[in-house]
Ligand binder design. Structure first.
Ligand code: FUL
Length: 692
């Protein structure tokens, strides 16, 4: 349940009482987690399973019309899912019992559109049952995704559907034991089969489902559940505004109970929000949520997964990682390998906590050191904590390792049962007799992990520089993660600034700008580098301890795009096409038909001898297969410089490079003729030119 704490209590609880050392326990500071939210937060990491008729039609969103007979995962084995999840260190599994197509993975009494009319196990199977049993066997918790939107149901959009929806909820929440989380997706209403009507139905997702009463029913049936709801009524957990696998570095577990929740709030929470609504980071191990054989080569790499790991529960979130179960009904071998590699890397990274039970001192302690002393933060018990007097909102804690110690990770946890408090902190190491800042951060919350280059220091100082109220720190961890020696990613933004991103944020990087081989004697990368015009960047990740380096990463950048302007498109997100960041993309408006153009004014005439196109990454939408490339000197007369296809772009949606006879041009136009899905979408992560 969302805890609303009245403002008056908040003010009193966070009030500073100064002048004497306190002996009593600190009061609450703002909203606090419910017991269910607390149990959920401690799970940290759990799985999503997406499986439906979509798996057999290669779709992400089924229309609700497919014959249930096509559903036949002949080797389906929920014990395999549970084993993989358990070995990966996950604590539970959330299953798409019903996705938007309306097809049910359990034999619901209330519809014919379910496993009971599929070919699988002659219509006698029940996947929710199988998974509930497997979870029990492997000591995992079970969660349910029940799509509020149902594109099969003839009554969707009428009040009758709400009865149907609640009946299904009742089946799922009474027949399968404890359910730890229920997931209501925000996609609601639109086109669909709707029992043959084949029309578009719009609903108001805030009122249509009468969430208040639906929640009542859920809590009655499953008192220990947490509710995730994107849109509609605020639930116990919140979406983070992206499916990319990260939450904001500043991440408050608070929101307001009412009012709009724009992206910024989803991503960072609300510092003075009136309700405890922590962040759940949901992302898929592949670009899609459902299985597509053509994504077998696009399973996230170890660096990607580690990045997701540190950017989710390393930032006060929980991680919900999806496996698109394949047509056999199994987690694909490649996905299994990837997630187990992550588990191994995490185990190695956090093998030894150098802070545990070490000598510690604090600049301030609340009353009795035995109860609130600094040692409570390193005693290995998350229920005890270091606390300061109420008046203190800035304080430091020093850990003496007893000998020079090498480390590159810092972990901190607040005792959130009494509220989230810390606003800013820094970490320093005592190196060669003086304090050197290693890293800093803003919020901590349930858990925060900072990454920095390995350093050898005899002592570490953790300083909270700002807090909403006296800080309460329940745990501190200091670790030395083995370096990940994988070639870094190099990107350049529109203004010419080069960013070199290693898999492991704490890595040491050396680089060159002239195409020469980088070694440890080259320039050390300390932050973004300003460049202009053509540069050939090469970079390595280097481990000063083992003296080993990664393979060399290289990226050639052509003319500066500083003065480039995209013409004729009002959407300001269109600049993503030339922002240099492959992770951001822009899509032509939905009602635009192919062919669709994107026109760029380069600001001055260049000798253009080719172009480069990168489709939107992490999405199967709008991948252009056939194109024409036009050039113009005056934006009036255009001539075609090249045309053709981007071969195999569906299976390999990477940079497409096309070269042609040099031609003078100030204006360029990429015309999208067709895409991989034979519809009218066109998307672009990046567009660039090659010049002579
Ligand atoms: C989205 C849905 O529309 C996707 O299909 C998927 O289920 C994902 C987890 O949530 O918004």
């Amino acid at each position: 349940m969302i805890r609303k704490i009245c403002k008056a209590i908040t003010v009193i609880a966070c009030l500073a009482v100064s002048g004497y050392a306190q002996t009593t326990a600190p009061g609450l500071c703002g909203p606090v987690p419910s017991e269910n939210q607390m149990k959920w937060q401690e799970m940290e990491y759990y799985a999503f399973i997406h499986l439906s008729t979509n798996t057999f039609t290669d779709q992400e969103w089924g229309y609700g019309e497919d014959d249930p007979k096509i559903f036949n995962p002949v080797n389906l084995d929920c014990r395999q899912w549970a084993r993989v999840c358990k070995e990966a260190g996950m604590k539970g599994i959330i299953l798409t019992a019903k996705h938007h197509s309306g097809f049910c993975l359990w034999p619901s009494k209330y519809t014919e559109y379910s496993v009971k009319n599929s070919s699988w196990r002659g219509g006698k199977g029940d996947i929710v049952r199988d998974l509930a049993n497997a979870c029990k066997e492997y000591g995992l918790k079970l969660g349910i995704y029940l799509s509020p939107w149902d594109r099969n149901s003839a009554v969707y959009g009428t009040p009758e559907y709400i009865t149907y929806f609640r009946n299904q909820l009742k089946e799922l929440l009474t027949n399968y034991g404890d359910i730890f989380e229920i997931w209501f997706d925000g996609a609601n209403g639109g086109s669909g089969y709707y029992g043959g009507a084949r029309e578009t139905r719009k609903i108001d997702r805030t009122t249509y489902y009468d969430w208040k009463n639906t929640y009542k029913l859920i809590r009655q049936l499953q008192p220990k559940i947490v509710i995730w709801n994107d849109g509609g009524e605020r639930g116990d957990l919140r979406w983070v505004g992206t499916e990319g696998g990260y939450v904001g570095e500043t991440n408050w577990s608070l929101l307001n109970a009412t009012g709009e929740v724009p992206y910024d709030m989803l991503h960072h929470g609300v510092e003075n929000g009136d309700s405890w609504v922590p962040a759940e980071v949901n992302t898929s191990i592949r670009p899609g949520w459902f299985y597509h054989a053509y994504e077998d080569s696009r399973v996230k790499s170890l660096p990607d997964l580690l990045n997701t790991y540190y950017s989710s529960f390393g930032r006060n979130g929980a991680l919900l990682l999806n496996f698109p179960v394949d047509r056999r009904g199994l987690i694909h071998e490649t996905d299994e390998k990837a997630v187990l590699a992550l588990a191994k890397a995490v185990k190695e990274a956090f093998a030894v906590n150098f802070a545990e039970k070490k000598k510690v001192s604090a600049s301030n302690v609340r009353g009795n050191v035995k109860t609130f002393g600094a040692s409570m933060a390193v005693d290995g018990n998350k229920n005890t904590y270091w606390a300061t007097d109420d008046a203190i909102t800035a304080a430091s804690l020093t850990i003496d390792f007893g000998k020079p110690t090498t480390f590159n990770r810092f972990l901190a946890q607040e005792y959130i049962r009494l509220g989230q408090r810390v606003k800013a902190f820094k970490v320093e190491g005592l190196v060669g007799g003086s304090w050197k800042e290693l890293a800093n951060g803003t919020t901590i919350g349930y858990k925060r992990i900072l990454l920095f280059p390995a350093v050898t220091a005899a002592q570490l100082r953790f300083t909270i520089t700002a807090a909403k109220s006296c800080p309460l720190i329940s745990n501190i961890g200091v670790y030395n993660a083995p370096p990940i020696l994988i070639a870094p990613e190099i990107i350049r933004d529109q203004s010419g600034t080069v960013y070199i991103r290693p898999a492991d944020k704490g890595s040491v990087i050396y680089y060159t700008l002239d195409g020469s081989q980088p070694t440890k004697d080259a320039k050390r990368y300390e932050g973004p580098v300003q460049t202009d015009g053509k540069v050939n960047v090469k970079a390595i990740v280097y481990d000063p301890i083992s003296k080993k380096s990664s393979a060399v990463a290289g990226e050639k950048f052509d003319i500066s795009r500083k003065d480039w302007k995209i013409s004729g498109i009002k959407d300001d997100k269109v600049n993503r096409v030339i922002d240099g960041d492959p992770a951001t993309a822009w899509y032509q408006e939905r009602d635009k038909k192919l062919p669709a153009d994107i026109d760029i004014d380069m600001g001055k005439t260049e000798n253009v001898s080719g172009f480069k196109y990168l489709p939107g990454q992490g999405s199967t939408e709008g991948i252009i297969t056939h194109y024409q490339f036009y050039v113009s000197e005056d934006n009036k007369e255009w001539k075609i410089a090249d045309e053709g296809e981007f071969s195999n772009i569906k299976n390999n949606p990477l940079w497409q490079v096309k070269e042609f006879k040099p031609v003078k041009a100030r204006y360029i136009r990429l015309r999208a003729l067709h895409n991989t899905q034979q519809n009218d979408a066109a998307g672009y992560a990046e567009l660039d030119v090659i010049t002579r």
